[in-house]
Design a protein around this ligand. Sequence first.
Ligand SMILES: Cc1cc2nc3c(=O)[nH]c(=O)nc-3n(C[C@H](O)[C@H](O)[C@H](O)COP(=O)(O)OP(=O)(O)OC[C@H]3O[C@@H](n4cnc5c(N)ncnc54)[C@H](O)[C@@H]3O)c2cc1C
Length: 469
Amino acid sequence: MQALHPLPPDVENALEAVVGSNGLITDPVRLLAYESDALTTTRGTPRAVLLPESRQELIEVVRVLHSAGLPFVPRGAGTGLSGGAVAHDTVILTTTRLDRILRIDPEDRTALLEPGVVTAQISIAAAPYGLRYLPDPASATACTIGGNVAMNSGGPHCLKHGVTSDHVLGLEILLPDGTTTWLGRGADGGLDLAGLFIGSEGTIGIISSVLVGLSPLATETRALLGLFDGVGAAGAAVSEVFERGLVPVALELIDQATIRLVEASVFAVGLPTDVAAALVIECEGDPEDVEADLEIAAAACREHGAQEVRIARDETERLAIWQARKKAYGVLGRAAPDVFVQDAVVPRTELERLLPEIERIARGHGLRLANFFHAGDGNLHPNLMFDRRDAAEVQRVEQAGSEIMRLCVDAGGTITGEHGVGSDKVRYMPLMFGLDELDVMNRLHEAFDPDGSANPGKVLPAASSQEPE
Ligand SMILES: Cc1cc2nc3c(=O)[nH]c(=O)nc-3n(C[C@H](O)[C@H](O)[C@H](O)COP(=O)(O)OP(=O)(O)OC[C@H]3O[C@@H](n4cnc5c(N)ncnc54)[C@H](O)[C@@H]3O)c2cc1C
């Protein structure tokens, strides 16, 4: 097996001189591990993978690539779900060995991090000071803070706590020509250039360190589980929660297919498998406020016909309620070898109508669907299960995914909530943005990356494909 397009020997030697043989992968078999991120439908073979171990190595590697005119794809843990960290005949620059927590300042409530720090580690390191890092992507035990910043990641508790951009105070970035600079949030009177980088998906440079804000640990956290006979009714209860003036810290929906898969697995927690959908609603704060908030949430569920509302009596029950949601993605592997997850956001008030519609689309294409998502944000994640060795089934998945996306955009939604555009959704950008808007984005991009060296082909469609499909 051969790499599609090996590096020129002089470039390979120069890169190896920086990172050592241990930090450079060119063996085609080892490159297979980098063929995709967690969206396995989008694949590409990198020419090489580089694993710098220090900031200095990272800078030198980018400078060697720049001199050689070679584009690169920044990569963290590769848990992305839009094909963003996939290299199509380019070099992957991965930050997983840059995983040091450089400083925790309990007084300022900040943490300075290398980009490869695994997200969950931040709260673990901050806990002895009574602090935590709030954004909590469901992949937090694997994904990196650099990836989170690049994708502006959310998570179940971002409903109330805000997404990554709400907690980043500054960034050191490395432009594709090797220039390094610190970007703040504009609080000092400058421009919020860090804000520009957050969510740019590696297309204007690589993040080399991140300063995040930390928050106090919660006084009390409690959860309830609402069980529904219809997925539309569960969707209606989501809107009702907000109409009653409550913003829970998390409001997640899990459908029957997901519950059945969890209950058939080692993660089973005894959820009824005959319900159409369950809502997980979590509230945080002082004990009396939490009690009152849970009552509001329970009333909203009952108003829309919840057959049962279970309020967790203790931490063990709360964790059991979360188990089905947290293990959901992993258990999909029991149903099929591959999964395609869509990530549209729709107005919450449309959930009641759209959820049965999405089920209808999947059924119409003969596909198995499991739905579990950040319902409070209207951030849908329909998971279509398939086997990528079956070309016809892959085509049906593509078609169903596209129909679901159009349905959501037509309902006033967006093409991504948190998984980003990557390679997968470039084709949908013209559904959301007009030529003028895409032109402004391209001009901004060119100011930072005139040669198109950083993560080429991602996010911004080529000029030739900017008309809506
Ligand atoms: C089971 C599961 C659950 C998930 N749950 C959530 C969720 O709740 N919320 C959510 O938002 N996402 C979720 N995701 C998606 C994914 O985990 C996030 O997008 C995450 O931020 C990706 O981090 P990563 O380190 O794996 O980045 P990668 O996948 O390696 O890269 C993602 C993107 O970031 C760029 N990038 C990575 N590092 C850098 C850097 N240092 N500088 C510049 N660009 C960089 C890459 O080029 C790529 O475009 C989930 C994924 C899985 C598999």
